[in-house]
Structures are given as structure tokens and as C-alpha cells.
Design a protein around this ligand. Sequence first.
Ligand code: IDP
Ligand code: MG
Length: 148
Amino acid sequence: MERTFIMIKPDGVQRGLVGDVIKRFEQKGFTLAGLKFMSVSKELAEKHYGVHKERPFFGSLIEFITSSPVVAMVWQGKGAIASSRQIIGATNPLSAAPGTIRGDYGVDVGRNLIHGSDAPETAQSEIALWFGEDLVEWKPAATPWIYE
Ligand code: IDP
Ligand code: MG
């Protein structure tokens, strides 16, 4: 089982899409392992997006992520990292396929609604950064109806 870090960005929260986003991950069959509604400090935002430090959009990205609350989550399941990226869609919402979160709701790359870890190593470090050990271990009753 894999775990991935998913964050509904300030635009997703402000636009009332929290329920829809959570619903998509639940309906896929993934399991929630962590969830918090929070404001993001500049320090946390800069650590999370550290890989983009030299990019021209870094400043506006940090300003945006810290501008309004986010929903931070950990979702768990078979192939959860790559599958979540498919559920989310391409970085630029105009290129994201209809049916994906960004494809269905977004227009601008700087307002693309949601973050998802892109690989096992980043998932591990992002979960540690945002949640530490504060995750819930549980097995949903529907598990045998989702996995053979
Ligand atoms: P990802 O979120 O699909 O993994 P990354 O390339 O890791 O995309 O970029 C991180 C975030 O930085 C994007 O989700 C987007 O919000 C923002 N971003 C990426 N490229 C641009 C750009 O060219 N202009 C403005 N913002 C960008
Ligand atoms: Mg990324």
C-alpha cells in the first residue's frame, strides 16, 4: 500500500470544492490516513516547494499558498501516488483532461486547485513535513470489496 500527500490549495477551498475533491478520492477506493484544515506558514510553504526555489513563479506561488487556508491530506491505497496524479490532472489546467480535478475546474496554472506528490520519495518527505507521525492506521470495512 502506498501513501501520498494531497493538498487542496487556497483556490479549491475558497471555491467550495473540498467536498468534491474528497469525494473523488473516496470513490476511487483510497483510504484517508490524515486530514487537517490549516493556514500555511511561509516557512512550511518554502520547504514544501523548495525544489522550485529558482523558478520565476516561486515568490507568487509561496504568496498564494500562504494567502488562505488549505486542506492537507494523506491518502492510502494500491498505486495511490501515480493514480492520484491522474485524478488531479496535468499541471496546466487548460491541458488537463476533462474528468480530472484540474481539467474540470481550473483555467490558470497558478490557480490549479490541488497538489499531489509526484513520486514515492516526495510522498514520503511531504507526508513527514506536513503530518510527521500524526496519521491514522485503520482498515475500512469495504476493503475486501475494493481489493481481491
Ligand atoms: P505539479 O503541482 O503538477 O506537481 P509542479 O511543476 O511541481 O506542478 O509545480 C508546482 C506548482 O507551481 C504548480 O502546481 C503550480 O501551482 C505552480 N506552477 C508551476 N509552473 C508554473 C508556471 O509556469 N507559472 C505559475 N505557476 C506555476
Ligand atoms: Mg510537483
